[in-house]
Design a protein around this ligand. Sequence first.
Ligand code: SF4
Length: 137
Amino acid sequence: MDVSNQSHELNILQDLKAEFKLTYLFVAHNMSVVEHIADRVGVMYLGKLVEVAPRSELFRNPRHPYTKALMSAIPVPDPRLKRERIILKGDVPSPLKPPAGCRFHTRCPEAIERCKSEEPLLRETSTGYWTSCLLVN
Ligand code: SF4
């Protein structure tokens, strides 16, 4: 969908949501669209949730390294503002045979030795904010 049609469709969804008090489960790869439509956001990597949080907090201060990389790829409309892009190295592993330990460790720029063998649990690290990373307390 082109940007103007996409914007129109998103506004219709927002109107329907308000009018009929609906809840959507909205799946998207475009983080700008997610920011526009979501109240809560779940970020998945290789079929697992790695972060679940209120939209504003997640976009303001992502905690999981994968979410940080996704956020760094969102274009900034003001050319005077610079955002450091986090480029993930390596290929995405097969979800049929995910890596041991943290599934993201083969591409994570913050990985430590423990990440290769220890699978992080999705934990509530502050009220309503869930993260799955050994480095996030
Ligand atoms: S547990 Fe380790 S590999 Fe996984 S996201 Fe956290 S730092 Fe990266």
